[in-house]
Design a binder for this molecule. Structure first.
Ligand code: NAD
Length: 336
């Protein structure tokens, strides 16, 4: 028998990922949409099928709803996700988990109290090329990882979010908190932790609002670019760049330099993972292009969340892991 799920926040991430992936999941019987802008909830209910809850209280009081996706903007995650957990729902929260470490800890406390599952949407872990890279690194096919380089940038959230203008919440300090660092950077911080089975311990970073302006033409209150040098607990060294001002093709690439060769991820459109070895061989893996703002394929995140509920297993991205990545973002922002 299937079960019902609720979604809080009916903007772009719901339209392009959560709603279609719940709809495609065979265990999901009905989706209940809630947005404080009720028209958005109605629109998605029409598009994907399902019903609308008029208030968050109505949504969370519904005993037939087993799980909730929290797709509200960043400043609301600690409120919605905690409430949903304490109402007895399993929760898949969008990233960043919260706009401060303290709020993230409150969510983790709510999770412990409730005994429900909490998963965070660090979807980069699930792509085929990243899965393959993880496997090669774990098997030490190229020896130990020494250094790494990662980058995530596109033209900015004002062309992605439901409000397609410079007044978007992504540009507001109180609502986004961390600009491109928490929007794109946190994905790659989580990815490096996952791929290397390691944690970033030391950070030197620069960040700034170089180009984006708000609705009044003033530089935005949060950073639109970050560059940083990183050191992990196990002593690996790396660099990372996160940007909302790559005004061309999206860059979602990572390079892992090992003792016996190099793993290049998302640098060639036809071969998503390339292994170059010290002795000169080149192996090209044709896997699957990564999801980008213009190429929305299934991330596998919803299926993994549902599986963790059905099989009563720990979700593959835990609140604790998301908290660790959030702490790195705070260090990046405090680093100058
Ligand atoms: N995992 C990913 O790859 C990924 C990609 C994009 C966005 N996100 C995250 O998803 C979240 C939503 O982003 P988006 O791009 O959909 O933004 P969006 O602006 O397109 O949509 C946000 C929606 O949430 C609603 N909302 C905000 N606060 C609310 C509240 N308290 N209660 C009910 N509804 C509320 C807004 O009315 C809006 O409709 C953000 O945290 C963002 O960082 C994750």
């Amino acid at each position: 028998m299937g079960f019902k799920v609720g979604i809080i926040g009916c903007g772009s991430i719901t339209r392009f990922r959560h709603a279609p992936e719940y709809k495609a999941n065979p265990h999901v019987e009905e989706i209940v949409f809630y947005d404080r802008n009720v028209e958005r909830a109605k629109e998605l209910a029409r598009e994907f099928g399902g019903r609308v809850a008029e208030t968050v209280e109505e949504l969370l009081a519904d005993p037939s709803i087993v799980a909730i996706s929290d797709c509200s903007s960043n400043e609301a995650h600690h409120i919605n996700t905690s409430k949903a957990l304490l109402s007895g729902k399993h929760v898949l929260s969008e990233k960043p988990l919260a706009i401060s470490v303290q709020y993230a800890e409150e969510i983790l406390e709510a999770q412990r109290k409730s005994g429900k599952k909490l998963m965070v949407d660090h979807n980069q872990r699930f792509t085929k090329a990243h899965q393959k890279a993880k496997e090669l690194i774990e098997k030490k096919e190229l020896g130990e990882v020494l250094t790494f380089k990662t980058s995530f940038g596109h033209e900015g959230p004002e062309s992605w979010g439901v409000n397609k203008s410079n007044s978007t919440w992504f540009f507001k300090k109180e609502r986004s908190h961390s600009g491109v660092a928490g929007d794109l950077g946190i994905h790659k911080i989580d990815l490096i932790h996952y791929l290397l089975d390691d944690e970033i311990e030391d950070v030197h970073a620069f960040h700034g609002a170089l180009d984006k302006v708000d609705e009044n033409g003033n530089p935005i209150e949060v950073c639109d670019n970050v560059v940083c040098a990183l050191r992990t607990k196990k002593g690996r060294l790396g660099t990372a760049s996160f940007s909302w001002t790559y005004y061309g093709a999206e860059d979602n690439s990572t390079t892992i330099y090992c003792q016996k060769g190099i793993i290049k991820i998302y640098q060639d459109p036809d071969a998503q993972l390339i292994v170059e070895t010290k002795d000169g061989s080149v192996i090209k893996y044709e896997l699957e292009p990564i999801q980008t703002n213009d190429n929305q394929t299934s991330t596998g995140v919803i299926d993994a969340f549902i599986d963790s509920i059905i099989n009563d297993m720990e979700p593959p991205v835990t609140g604790q892991q998301a908290l660790v990545s959030l702490k790195v973002i705070e260090e990046i922002l405090g680093s100058e």
